[in-house]
Design a protein around this ligand. Sequence first.
Ligand SMILES: NC(=O)c1ccc[n+]([C@@H]2O[C@H](COP(=O)([O-])OP(=O)(O)OC[C@H]3O[C@@H](n4cnc5c(N)ncnc54)[C@H](O)[C@@H]3O)[C@@H](O)[C@H]2O)c1
Length: 336
Amino acid sequence: MTIKVGVIGAGRIGKVHAETVIYRIPEAEVVAIADVAEDAARHVAETLRIPHVTRDYREIMADPGVDAVLVCSSTDTHTPVCIEAAQAGKHIFTEKPIDHDLKRIDNVLAAVKAAGVKFQVGFNRRFDPTFARVHQAIQSGEIGDLHLLHIISRDPAPPPVEYVKVSGGLFLDMMIHDFDMARFLVGAEVEEVYTRAAVRVDPAIGAAGDVDTAVVVLTFANGVIATIDNSRRAVYGYDQRVEALGSGGGISTANVYPNEVTVSTGEHVRRDLPLNFFMDRYTASYEREVRAFFDAIVHDTPVPVGGPDGRVPVVMGLAARKSLQEHRPVRLSEVE
Ligand SMILES: NC(=O)c1ccc[n+]([C@@H]2O[C@H](COP(=O)([O-])OP(=O)(O)OC[C@H]3O[C@@H](n4cnc5c(N)ncnc54)[C@H](O)[C@@H]3O)[C@@H](O)[C@H]2O)c1
């Protein structure tokens, strides 16, 4: 059986996921793509030979031949699109975050449960081979009992201020990936967060009501302490690393480079800067997460990143924001 797929949203990530299905997933076939910007959808459809193009995603929902949808449209559309997809009986892969509002997320999760469809959330970094190996080391006890985890996650440059204004802010837009990474690596739930944050990169980000530099301390129910360090600008490129310490040893990861060359001269030993763009740094993870979604459909097994995994990082983001506003540690139960 070939799984028939509709892609909703033909922007940056929609194109990546459509390509993955078409070139890498033999069990699936992209039969339609929708975007309110019809030219964008048409361009992707022509490049990838997708037979049906529409500006109205409801056409995809109404097509009984479509088994699954990949929701890759702007974040503010995820809730209505996912609810309609569930009601139409389609399996759903949605990009993160599901929504910025917990009530709306709960409505999505209720619709998915009522329909009994698969529902996976696009926390792709879990599927990165480096972070997957760190997870394996921690969960197998290779470094003993985990005591400390540090997550460093810095962008090469801030997004446009117009984007910052509608993004939900650093905690829900950027750090949300790191909240997911922390839960994934530690394998337990966070009880409390404490935030220190500032505007150090661009005053325009502050004027838009956001911060661009932040450290959040997470206290887990199992006693592990973790930090997340975010900056909107690291001049040397995209800096994505973790470090962990356990009773039996430690783990550290390096950034990913475009080549392995070292240039040695009389003055310096140098190498080129790390990969600069998330699309390049996380290419393997995008393929592996989409493959996992279709594996779950084919074998009727649970998806690896489900509804609760999509919801908890939003709770953590709201708690981190409240901690910043109120200058105190905030328990997750306070924002539920
Ligand atoms: N997991 C990741 O690493 C990652 C990376 C990038 C984006 N994302 C997420 O993916 C989503 C899209 O981000 P992007 O960077 O591709 O944005 P984008 O702006 O490049 O693309 C979004 C597309 O959705 C379309 N769209 C908006 N409303 C629509 C609707 N009602 N029906 C159909 N199409 C609609 C827009 O016209 C646009 O073409 C966001 O939720 C974002 O958070 C995740």
